[in-house]
Design a binder for this molecule. Structure first.
Ligand code: ZN
Length: 471
């Protein structure tokens, strides 16, 4: 640990271990043009999924790495939907670090866009386009980090693996599914850094950073109601639709028990520390051991911050209801589909039993749909070197606190966590006010501040050099 490095770090990051020799620092102001050039080039490649066409990104990235002398290969099961894996070798003293971004984006409704969705238009300090915050910012930051590691010849204690993966937006079979199943040695790592976190700005000021350490597991459940069919002019007590409606209403009113894990417990505690007192109260109360205090906070969160309510429990949302085909026929069957997002440690069989008890109707069959792409994985330790490196980078680059989060939605990290890779989701800084105004991920005006793109590259560099640089 050199004193120069220490002075930069300040005394506040006592827990962070740093380089034996500091790595050379890039001249960041000179890298903005190059960063923007790659970012815009990636955004201008139309990889809306479906159909994807991620091979266009794969070819672009491969060509950039070839020019830089970084060994890279294009891999995939479908030539139009390929992935790129590149690797910078370390001494092998530690197991590899994987940095990844997905190359596909969600589809667009072109008519709704002020700037064409694949134009990467720069306007008022922002870059507009599909993928600006999901996930071509991560892809660009990972790409730049690789280029800089190579250019500055940074000695590494572990291999740094770069992955541009296809199909994250709903067709994981060509991307992470394929890689984990067929090419795992290429991407096998101790740690992985991908999308899923971010930095929250409110009123233009950074308030806190989030690092996704865990995610809920999607598991569909079907309620199938069986009754007797007959003529609609003669109502029957066994009417399948009536039974199903009752079952759905019961499930809709049910809020499964609250359960915290290390991530969510730490999240609510830290969130309370950076929130206005009138809101912080609810984050503290929901952690209370007093059932009444907890219940009041839970009610408030359910009504006002439903995403936080979902983080507390395995959630159930009835989203499809089908039955009947003509008005004078009583159908013998009706079906509802529940979107269940399970806590990572949920016992599926036990949970199914609970749903049965809530439904409490022998005419209703309760079963899993069988559609489950994402496996459960273990929660990483929050006191390990990777989380510490992320926290330290949050302090250094954003001067802010880092909250571990469990996302309610699923990401490609699920497949990697199931293979034992400890994964962390990060993201560039965006304005809290942006999504409600229609500027968020998947919106018709997806955008990112140029200055935040540059800062995100610095953040990536900081994390990767600390975690992989030779000590
Ligand atoms: Zn994404």
């Amino acid at each position: 640990m050199t004193s120069g490095r220490l002075a930069i770090l300040g005394a506040s990051i006592a827990s962070m271990t740093v380089f034996a020799q500091s790595p050379p620092q890039p001249d960041w102001s000179k890298l903005q043009d190059e960063t923007m050039q790659h970012y815009q080039a990636l955004l201008r490649i139309d990889t809306r999924n479906p159909p994807g066409n991620e091979h266009l990104v794969a070819e672009y990235v491969k060509q950039v790495f070839d020019k830089a002398g970084i060994p890279a290969q294009i891999v995939g099961s479908d030539p139009k939907r390929s992935n790129v894996v590149a690797r910078l070798k370390g001494s092998g003293r530690k197991r590899p670090l994987l940095i990844m971004g997905h190359s596909d984006v969600v589809t667009v409704d072109e008519a709704k866009w002020k700037f064409p969705p694949f134009s990467a238009t720069r306007d008022g300090g922002y870059v507009y386009g599909r993928g600006t915050v999901d996930d071509k910012d991560n892809l660009t930051a990972a790409l730049m980090t690789m280029l800089l590691l190579k250019r500055l010849n940074v000695p590494l204690d572990r291999d740094v693996i770069f992955l541009s993966e296809s199909g994250e937006e709903g067709s994981t079979g060509v991307g992470i599914g394929y890689l984990v199943k067929e090419q795992f040695p290429l991407i096998d790592a101790e740690y992985c850094i991908a999308e899923g976190g971010g930095v929250v700005r409110i009123g233009g000021e950074v308030k806190y950073a989030t690092v996704q350490t865990l995610e809920k597991i999607p598991r569909g459940i079907e309620l199938v109601s069986h009754g007797i069919s007959g003529h609609g002019s003669v109502p029957l007590k066994s009417n399948a639709i009536v039974h199903l409606a009752g079952a759905v209403a019961k499930v809709g009113d049910w809020r499964p028990e609250i359960r915290f894990n290390e991530t969510t417990g730490s999240y609510f505690r830290k969130l309370a520390s950076v929130s206005p007192p009138e809101i912080a109260k609810y984050y503290r109360d929901v952690l209370s051991t007093d059932p009444q205090v907890r219940k009041a906070a839970d009610d408030w969160l359910f009504e006002n911050e439903p995403r936080h309510s979902s983080m507390l429990r395995t959630s159930v949302s009835p989203n499809i209801f089908t039955g009947g085909y003509r008005s004078n026929v009583i159908p013998s069957e009706a079906k509802a589909t529940l979107d269940v997002r399970a806590l990572p440690d949920e016992n599926p069989a036990k949970f199914l039993e609970q749903v049965k008890q809530v439904v409490n109707d022998p005419a209703i069959e309760v079963r899993f749909t069988g559609q489950n792409e994402r496996p459960a994985g273990a929660e990483p330790r929050l006191d390990n070197e990777a989380f510490k490196a992320l926290e330290a980078a949050g302090t250094r680059i954003y001067n802010t606190i880092t909250l571990p989060t469990m996302s309610t939605g699923a990401t490609d990290m699920a497949q990697l966590r199931a293979k034992g890779v400890q994964c962390f989701g990060i993201g560039s800084a965006t304005d809290f006010e942006d999504p409600p105004k229609g500027f968020g991920a998947h919106s018709d005006q997806e955008r990112l501040l140029e200055s935040e793109l540059y800062r995100f590259v610095r953040f990536n560099w900081d994390v990767v050099t600390n975690l992989a640089g030779a000590r």
